[in-house]
Design a protein around this ligand. Structure first.
Ligand SMILES: CC(C)(COP(=O)(O)OP(=O)(O)OC[C@H]1O[C@@H](n2cnc3c(N)ncnc32)[C@H](O)[C@@H]1OP(=O)(O)O)[C@@H](O)C(=O)NCCC(=O)NCCS
Length: 211
């Protein structure tokens, strides 16, 4: 599959390239990214190089791992201005399963740099990717899934904003750097409303403080 960009006038999403390696290396020094993802920790420039070269590029080529770097948009047209796009502020991606085309599901994942957080940019990026995932003219997926280690309220709140329904806590669901951790799991189906499915019953401050 050819990498494609997405833009809503707020955020610009495009496949990261080798030009982004230094920015990715810097971003992934953040302790919250280490705490809540499976990215290597400590994170080196070689890790970023391997991510772009061995994960992002072949993923797009196969069409089953689709990764976008998040930047602020340069405007509704999405056409870069004379100064180009702004700095890399995060990453959002889909990992597709191998079900037949009309039945495919993908897992949504994301991280933002500290400078990119709390501004609605991650939500905008997630929404763009969700819409592309379900658009029959784009990816035409049937289902999206999300998972986060228990306690990752900012991630859960973002998934909630996009319409994901948390369906439970799965004990020992995923291994993070050799340690098995409990995780929340959620799903969003193609026909689900893309807005909160239920009121937020957790303290709002939980989303801001536990990260
Ligand atoms: C998960 C993560 C991407 C969420 O990012 P985030 O900053 O909470 O998400 P957003 O940028 O969409 O910010 C939403 C918040 O910004 C606020 N906001 C501020 N200005 C806004 C604007 N102009 N438009 C919309 N929202 C705005 C919203 O009100 C919301 O705050 P609230 O949660 O208190 O209601 C981020 O915390 C992160 O990178 N964490 C570390 C890595 C990680 O955990 N990844 C996920 C693994 S499962």
């Amino acid at each position: 599959m050819q990498p494609f960009a997405l833009d809503d006038g707020t955020v610009h999403l495009a496949a990261p390239t080798l030009d982004d390696v230094d920015a990715i290396t810097a971003a992934c020094q953040d302790p919250d990214i280490a705490a809540w993802t499976v990215l290597p920790s400590p994170y080196t420039r070689d890790d970023a190089l391997g991510f772009v070269r061995d994960h992002v590029a072949p993923g797009w080529e196969r069409g089953d791992v689709l990764t976008w770097a998040v930047r602020e948009s340069v405007g509704p047209s999405g056409v870069p201005g004379p100064d180009g796009l702004g700095p890399l502020l995060g990453m959002v991606g889909l990992g597709l399963d191998d079900a037949p085309a009309s039945q495919r599901s993908a897992e949504l994942g994301y991280w933002m740099t500290p400078a990119g957080r709390g501004r609605g940019l991650a939500t905008a990026a997630g929404r763009l990717v969700v819409d592309a995932a379900f658009d029959p003219e784009v990816l035409g997926l049937a289902r999206l899934s999300w998972q986060a280690y228990v306690g990752n309220w900012p991630s859960r709140r973002l998934a909630w904003r996009l319409g994901f329904r948390v369906e439970g806590t799965v004990r020992g669901h995923a291994v993070q750097r050799g340690v098995r951790r409990d995780a929340w799991v959620a799903t969003l189906l193609a026909d689900d409303p893309r807005e909160p499915a239920e009121p937020w019953t957790h303290p709002v401050s939980a989303a801001r403080t536990a990260g």
